[in-house]
Design a protein around this ligand. Sequence first.
Ligand code: F6R
Length: 239
Amino acid sequence: MKLIVTTKEDAAKQAAELYRALLRQKQNAVLGFATGSTPLALYTELIRAYQKGEISFQHAVSFNLDEYAGLDENHPQSYRAFMNKNLFSRIDIPMEHTHVPNGKDTSAEQMDAYEAMIRAAGGIDLQLLGIGQNGHIGFNEPGTPFDSTTHVVRLSQSTRNANARFFSSIDEVPKEAVSMGIKTVMNARAILLFAQGASKAKVVAAAVNGPVAEKVPASILQLHPDVTLYLDPEAAKYL
Ligand code: F6R
């Protein structure tokens, strides 16, 4: 694992450079995106680079990690709506090249179809991750098997509490989600994980220095050959 401790703004700039280099070298790169607060600074940088003519996503393809079950893609808190608003509508990626799991269809066929689409696109070149306070990556909560592929997950109470800030009340936070599995994430050729703030410090230390164990889903990343962690000093304080 490569660890880079820097400010959130600098991390976003450095990571945007990696996207620029990747898309120069491979215009039709397959990008794995994440939602939540953490990627927003990077998305702002990618939008800025696009506006300056430094980067183009015209031939890129994207797959998002997860989506709330039961939310229509037009629901303002759906991850599809989040991506459209914070990135896709502001860069030149064709909407039909963007994929977010379908929260309205949680059938086994739909889970397999998401995996099949990733495979058909040639696999993910660069997967972006945040980390939950409980160590989740995507919505793979503690205890998720390391060999899991796209599946329906029951969200833990801590995850629902953490995400309640986006909804008008905790009761509105969905109880389930569709998420790429741990194996899906591990199949990506390269992975970038961002973590910021003291609330992530303990779990970052467990993921980086603790045993590789399903109770800390992110610990599996120790076994991936190309992972870069961008941490701010607060998130890195127990390393
Ligand atoms: C989001 C996702 C989650 C978040 C994590 C951190 O698509 O899969 O794993 O990355 O919950 O969320 P933030 O960035 O809001 O702290």
